[in-house]
Design a protein around this ligand. Structure first.
Ligand SMILES: [Zn+2]
Length: 439
């Protein structure tokens, strides 16, 4: 029998495919061809039916689906540590918005996005969601780096360096959506910043466009108790109810944060199929509140995981975020079984893909899906003993052990060395920006 020629065969000590649930394969392999997963080969099944161009043996590694960071502002990596220890509105209005007004440009966004992508790749993320100005620069940078992303083009009532008014932002977003319609790596969503920064008419237009063109919508929603209280005072209804009335609640809506949830919100999320993007470290750092993850999951609502921007986290490490999410869910619910290790991994992979509408392509290691894959090396003292690989990934802070990353079968990180981004030039450009911003 002739052997089947394929591009890549990855043999690994452990493979955690995420689907089926709770499954860990030992001494397994993944056959990859033309960027897609062709087969998952379990221990004992024949490998010699394949003739791979490359056979990568990772015999001290755990292999998982590439992580999906479902919310962030990549270019804000250049503002990491710029303003710490403030509550949300003070942080935004007195520090971040003025700095952005002064510094944000196409160059800032290109350099910041590249810096963020390097950090994400080195901590196992293969796909990120973004909401930031000059998304055309982030799109170009992601394509050059070979990373997958969904860019939610920002929409605000007021002018910034990227737009004049809400309709101008929307038109720019639609143009970008058209440009990237057939892109394998880049998809475009609409990103109205928050209910308090976008008025009814543009929100309604966004809802109509989302339905007509099947475009995802991402919005910061119920980030703090103050946001909900101010809206109740102003409109006499909760922000979520206002968005529902304007037609925004659907399975295309991604609600970021949701620290404030009452029974009506729960019903709204459940009936519409909208998604919640949980950003626990940003919520903790800005003292924004706690998203009741267990309650949402028990109600069957899809909860994905995001780091938020590096200016409010202050890292883009999704493995660390999984650990925080899991510990916080246990603490908040008073239930040590809340958000177990497998659920945390699923939240950081398949649930993120589902929220972005990309779950047919990514989020698990299944035949036919894209070969977006992360390997974690266990060749370190701290990885011993190892009873349960999923537990190790979720609870043991192992992002520095991420060794290899592939997107669409293309190697982007090789033994911790970036293949498509230049670490030295990223360090230089970040330092140059810091010097300019400081003076
Ligand atoms: Zn955010």
């Amino acid at each position: 029998m002739s052997k089947q020629s394929i591009d890549l065969l990855i043999s690994a000590r452990w493979v955690i495919p995420v689907v089926p649930e709770q499954k860990t394969l030992e001494n397994a392999a993944i056959a990859i061809d033309k960027g897609k997963i062709l087969a998952i080969i379990e221990d004992g099944e024949p490998l010699d039916i394949y003739s791979p161009s490359e056979h990568r043996v990772l015999d001290q590694h755990i292999v998982i689906p590439g992580l999906v960071n479902a919310h962030g502002h990549t270019a804000m990596s250049l503002l990491r540590g710029f303003a710490d220890d403030f509550p949300l509105q003070t942080w935004l209005e007195e520090h971040i918005w003025p700095a952005e007004g002064r510094w944000v440009s196409a160059d800032f966004v290109r350099d910041g996005s590249q810096l963020a992508m390097a950090e994400m790749l080195r901590s196992g993320t293969t796909c990120f969601s973004d909401m930031y100005f000059f998304p055309e620069e982030t799109a170009k940078a992601a394509q050059e780096a070979g990373m997958r992303c969904q860019l939610n083009t920002p929409i605000l009532d007021f002018p910034t360096a990227w737009g004049e008014h809400a309709d101008d932002y929307i038109d720019k977003g639609l143009a970008l959506h058209k440009t990237y319609t057939d892109s394998e790596l880049v998809s475009i969503g609409l990103g109205p910043h928050a209910p308090y920064t976008v008025s009814d008419a543009p929100l309604q237009r966004i809802a109509q466009l989302s339905a007509e063109l099947n475009i995802p919508v991402q919005i910061h929603l119920h980030e703090t108790a103050d946001e909900v209280a101010a809206a109740l005072k102003q409109n006499a209804i909760r922000p979520s109810e206002r968005l529902e009335k304007l037609g925004l609640f659907s399975e295309r809506l991604q609600c970021v944060h949701m620290t404030q949830i009452d029974d009506s919100d729960l019903a709204r999320l459940r009936h519409s199929g909208a998604h919640v993007i949980h950003c626990p470290e940003s919520n903790l750092k800005l003292a924004s509140g706690f998203c009741p993850v267990k309650q949402l999951q028990d109600a069957g609502i899809n909860v994905a995981l995001g780091t938020d921007g590096a200016a409010s986290n202050n890292d883009l490490d999704l493995l660390g975020e999984m650990r925080t999410a899991s510990l916080l869910a246990k603490g908040v619910s008073g239930d040590a079984s809340a958000l177990n290790a497998h659920q945390a991994l699923k939240m950081a992979t398949l649930n993120g893909a589902k929220a972005m509408g990309l779950d047919k392509t990514i989020g698990s290691l299944e035949v036919g899906k894209a070969a977006d894959i992360t390997a974690i090396s266990l060749d370190t003292l701290e990885a011993n003993p190892l009873f349960n690989p999923i537990s190790y990934i979720a609870y043991s802070q192992c992002s520095h052990q991420v060794s290899h990353v592939w997107v669409n079968g293309k190697l982007l990180l090789n033994n911790r060395v970036l293949q498509t981004l230049n670490e030295t030039s990223l360090r230089n450009s970040a330092q140059q920006w810091a010097q300019r911003i400081q003076h």
